[in-house]
Design a binder for this molecule. Structure first.
Ligand code: CMC
Length: 431
C-alpha cells in the first residue's frame, strides 16, 4: 500500500486521503473515511468514476483498447483457441488449469448437464413465446430450489460444484427455451460433445436426425463465449456483486446479473444492433439516416453497438469479432448483406465528427450478432448467448468478493433533494 496522499481542501480544512495504485499504475483516492471522520460524502452518479473494489480478475485499458483476463491479453485467446471451459476455470480460480483439473471440470460439467425434472417441467407453465432472458433469469434463480446444498458457500470445493452446475445447465436451459418457443421437442445433452457443440446439438438436432456441427460454427461460438467471459465491473457484474454482498447465494446473484444484462444499453444491445441492421436492409432507413438519427439530440435513437463507458478506443473484442466474421463467411463461402451494412455504418461513423469527438467506436455487440446469425441462432437468443459467456466472469467476481474478508454490504449514499420536514395532511383536508 502506498504512502502517497491526496489533499482535499474544503473551506479552511485540509483533508489528507490515501492514494492507491493498481498493478498497471492507475491511481485511486481512498474516500472510505470521509463520512465517518469528516461528515462528507462523494457524489458520483452511475459510479462512473468510482472503483468499488480491488480485483485481480480482468484488466481493461479503455484508452488503449486493452483487455486481459488474469493478465493474459485477449488476442492470445484468439490465437491459442482454448476451450471456453478452460477460460472459465482461469477466471474463477485465477490460473490456467492443468490437464487433470481441466478433465475433472469437463467431467463435472457432463455429469450435470441435465436439468432436474422439476426445473424442466417449469417450461410447460411458461408462455412459449416468453422473453428468453426472463426465462433464464427465473430458471437460474429457481436452481436455488433444487440445489439447496449450495446456498451456504463456505469452501472452494462447494463453489467448484455450484459453478459447474451453473455453467453446464445454463446451456441446457438456453437451448430448451429456444426449443419450446419453436414448439420443438427438447433434445437432451450429449456428453460426448464439447461445450459449444453440445449447445448447438441441443438447439438444432431433431430426435431422428443429429445436427451436424461444423468446426467453423463450434470455433466461432467458442470464441464469442470467450470474448464475453468477463469485463470487470460492468453493469451486470456490479448487479451480481451488489446482490452477493448481502451474502445471497450464487444462484440469486447470477440471476440478478442476467436481469441487468437484459437491458438494451448493456447485453441487450446485440438485439438492437440486429434490428437496426435489418431495418436498413429491409429499406426503412439508409445507413446515413441511422448516423443522423443517432446524432440528433432530440431523438432517443442511438447507434447500437457503438460507444462504451470504459473504451475510448476500438473495443478489442469488436476487432476480433469483425475479423472472425470475415473468416467465417470466407470459410462458409457465403455472405450476409447485414455484414456489408455494418461495415458501411462503422466507416461512416468513424469519419463523423460527432463520433470522433465523443470517442465512440464499435463495441462487442456490433459484430457478434452477425456471427450468431450465421450459425442460425435467432435474434432473441443473442443476449442469452452473452449471458452464457459472461457466467464464468460473474462467478469469478462473486467468489473474489466472497473470499475477501474486508467485503461489506454494498450500500451507497445519496444527496437528498426532496422536501424538508412537511406535515401529514388528513385525507379529508387535502385539495
Ligand atoms: N449513439 C449515439 N450517441 C452516443 C452513443 C451511441 N451509441 N453512445 C454514446 N453516445 C453519446 C451520448 O449521447 C453522449 O453525448 P453528449 O456528450 O453529447 O451528451 C456521449 O456520447 C457520451 O455517452 P454517454 O451515454 O454519457 O456514455 P455512457 O458511458 O453513459 O454510456 C453506453 C455508454 C454503452 C451505454 C452508450 O455508449 C450507449 O448507449 N451505446 C449504445 C448501446 C450499446 O451498444 N451498448 C453496449 C455496450 S458494450 C457491451 C456491454 O457492456 O453490454
Amino acid at each position: 500500500m502506498s504512502e502517497e496522499k491526496a489533499k482535499l481542501q474544503l473551506d479552511d480544512q485540509i483533508i489528507e486521503l490515501p492514494v492507491y495504485s493498481g498493478t498497471e499504475g492507475e491511481r485511486a483516492i481512498d474516500v472510505t473515511r470521509l463520512h465517518d471522520e469528516y461528515g462528507l460524502i462523494t457524489f458520483d452518479p452511475s459510479l462512473a468514476n468510482t472503483a468499488i473494489c480491488r480485483s485481480e480478475i480482468t484488466y481493461i485499458d479503455g484508452e488503449k483498447g486493452i483487455l486481459r483476463y488474469r493478465g493474459i491479453p485477449l488476442e492470445q485467446f484468439d490465437r491459442a483457441k482454448p476451450n471456453f471451459i478452460e477460460v472459465a476455470w482461469l477466471l474463477i480460480f485465477g490460473r490456467l488449469p492443468n490437464k487433470t483439473e481441466l478433465n475433472d471440470f469437463r467431467n463435472l460439467l457432463c455429469e450435470h448437464e441435465l436439468l432436474h425434472e422439476g426445473l424442466r417441467n417449469q417450461f410447460q407453465v411458461l408462455p412459449a413465446k416468453a422473453p428468453p432472458m426472463a426465462i433464464l433469469s427465473a430458471m437460474i434463480s429457481m436452481m436455488a430450489c433444487y440445489y439447496e446444498e449450495f446456498l451456504a458457500y463456505n469452501d472452494e470445493q462447494l463453489l467448484f460444484e455450484a459453478a459447474a452446475r451453473l455453467i453446464s445447465k445454463v446451456r441446457t436451459i438456453a437451448a430448451f427455451t429456444y426449443r419450446r418457443s419453436e414448439g420443438l421437442p427438447f433434445i437432451y445433452p450429449d456428453p460426448g460433445l464439447r461445450y459449444c457443440a453440445n449447445f448447438l446439438h441441443m438447439m438444432f438436432s431433431l430426435p431422428y436426425r443429429q445436427f451436424e456441427v461444423t468446426t467453423e460454427m463450434e470455433d466461432a461460438l467458442n470464441l464469442i463465449l470467450i470474448l464475453h467471459a468477463d469485463h470487470e465491473q460492468n453493469c451486470s457484474t456490479n448487479a451480481v456483486r451488489v446482490v452477493g454482498s448481502t451474502h445471497a447465494n450464487l444462484f440469486a446473484s447470477c440471476s440478478a446479473g442476467v436481469s441487468a444484462l437484459w437491458g438494451p444499453l448493456h447485453g441487450g444491445a446485440n438485439v438492437k444492433v440486429m434490428e437496426m441492421l435489418e431495418g436498413i436492409y429491409h429499406g426503412g432507413m439508409k445507413p446515413q439516416d441511422c448516423i443522423e438519427a443517432a446524432k440528433d439530440r432530440t431523438n432517443p435513437f442511438r447507434l447500437f453497438g457503438f460507444g462504451h463507458r470504459v473504451y475510448k478506443n476500438y473495443d478489442p473484442r469488436a476487432k476480433i469479432l469483425k475479423a472472425s466474421c470475415d473468416r467465417v463467411f470466407a470459410n462458409l463461402k457465403t455472405s450476409d448483406p447485414l455484414l456489408a451494412i455494418a461495415r458501411e455504418l462503422e466507416e461512416r461513423a468513424l469519419q463523423d465528427n460527432y463520433f470522433i469527438e465523443r470517442k465512440l467506436y464499435p463495441n462487442v455487440d456490433f459484430y457478434s450478432g452477425i456471427l450468431l446469425r450465421a450459425m442460425g441462432i435467432p435474434t432473441d437468443m443473442f443476449t442469452v448467448i452473452f449471458a452464457i459467456g459472461r457466467l464464468p466472469g460473474w462467478i469469478a467476481q462473486w467468489k473474489e468478493q466472497h473470499d475477501n474478508p474486508a467485503t461489506k454490504i454494498i450500500r451507497p449514499r445519496q444527496i437528498y433533494v426532496g422536501n424538508s420536514t412537511t406535515n401529514y395532511v388528513d385525507l379529508n383536508d387535502r385539495n
